[in-house]
Design a protein around this ligand. Structure first.
Ligand code: ACO
Length: 321
């Protein structure tokens, strides 16, 4: 059978670090409040000249090196972001130009924090149906640019970064590697719980992020536990078979609650929210890349990727590395 087989990963973070203590110098908060409620200690913030596109390009280059694949082999780039460099063209086309692999398809996906899972499911469908052979899936964000730095209920939660994964369509055995299943969902009735109050077609401005955090939290735990069960059912696996869960890194308490609901031991959950905060669509590939490079995620492992974000949108993918 043809599957989308993982070939390599890469990530990029802006060098500038912002600690909770630094935040507390200009907004009424404390290191203790942020750590207790979210697990975050610091985040990376894009500096002058650093953009979603530049972070995406750096992550994509690292992923190609890791995969041992030439840019000329890439015939599909799907980039998940809610903070593109421009309204158009798609930031994916900027990545394509920088890598020098013109000719294949390149487009952005907007599903906010679930963007990477949406992008991966899209790429998987395209690879399995022969629309492309070798793809870069990227999550990249500069949320620092859409934060209201005077709103302590949101500005402490987010950071900037990018992650990328390379997938290739290959003939494999039933028990071989590749993306085994994905499930995607959205419920637009909740679009006003987490949104940006601007846009090209409404205000003509970029806008700032607004969120009802407590309600988002409640929905996140329920939706994520359900979609993980769905993907497991679809593949005939149980939670006990999973080697690693790579969740969207929104908040330590959401990660703990979801793991508990599934009966997964916390040591199987990859956590980077403490150092990266919530990097939206970038968080899943960033956390995945960290865990692969430090030797935790290995070839043959069964890995669950999952995310939930504004819309609401949510989804999960199970892959054999
Ligand atoms: N520092 C100090 N105090 C604060 C801060 C802050 N940064 N932010 C809020 N507070 C205060 C509030 O004003 C409130 O004060 P009050 O009781 O005097 O009114 C008090 O702390 C409690 O506020 P709550 O919002 O009820 O706090 P809660 O325990 O719900 O924690 C949080 C807030 C961390 C945002 C939590 O709701 C959460 O994690 N929600 C999930 C949201 C999320 O992660 N979204 C990311 C995008 S979606 C996704 O990725 C899944």
């Amino acid at each position: 059978m043809i599957r989308s087989v993982f070939k390599g990963s890469g990530s990029a973070l802006p060098p500038k670090l912002m600690s909770n203590h630094e935040l507390a110098t200009f907004v009424e908060t404390s290191d203790e409040w942020i750590r207790e409620r979210t697990g975050i200690t610091h985040r990376h913030i894009a500096g002058e000249g650093e953009t979603t596109g530049s972070l995406a390009i750096a992550a994509a280059r690292a992923a190609l090196v890791d995969a041992g694949i030439e840019a000329s082999e890439i015939d599909l780039i799907v980039l998940a972001t809610a903070t593109p460099d421009s309204t158009f063209p798609a930031t994916a086309t900027k990545v394509q130009a920088a890598l020098g692999c013109a000719g294949g398809a390149a487009f952005d996906v907007a599903a906010v924090c679930s963007g990477f899972v949406y992008a991966l499911a899209t790429v998987d469908s395209m690879l399995r149906t022969g629309l492309a052979k070798c793809a870069l899936v990227i999550g990249a964000e500069t949320f620092s640019r859409i934060l209201d730095w005077e709103d302590r209920t949101t500005c402490v939660l987010f950071g900037d970064g990018a992650g990328a994964m390379v997938f290739k369509a290959e003939e494999v055995a039933e028990d071989g590697p590749g993306v085994l299943a994905s499930r995607l969902h959205a419920d637009g009735r909740h679009k006003d719980l987490l949104f940006v109050d601007g846009g090209p077609s409404t205000t003509g401005t970029v806008g700032k992020l607004r969120m009802k955090g407590r309600e988002v939290f409640r929905h996140a735990v329920v939706n994520l536990a359900e979609v993980l069960e769905e993907v497991l059912d679809q593949t005939g696996h149980t939670a006990a078979d999973i080697d690693w869960v790579v969740p969207h890194q929104a908040n330590m308490r959401i990660l703990d609650a979801t793991a508990r609901k599934l009966g997964l031991p916390p040591e199987k959950v990859i956590v980077t929210v403490d150092r990266h905060a919530n990097t939206s669509a970038a968080s899943v590939p960033l956390a995945f890349d960290v865990a692969r490079r430090d030797g935790r995620i290995k070839d043959g492992d069964l890995v669950m990727l999952e995310a939930m974000g504004g819309g609401f949108t949510w989804g999960a993918s199970l892959l054999r590395i």
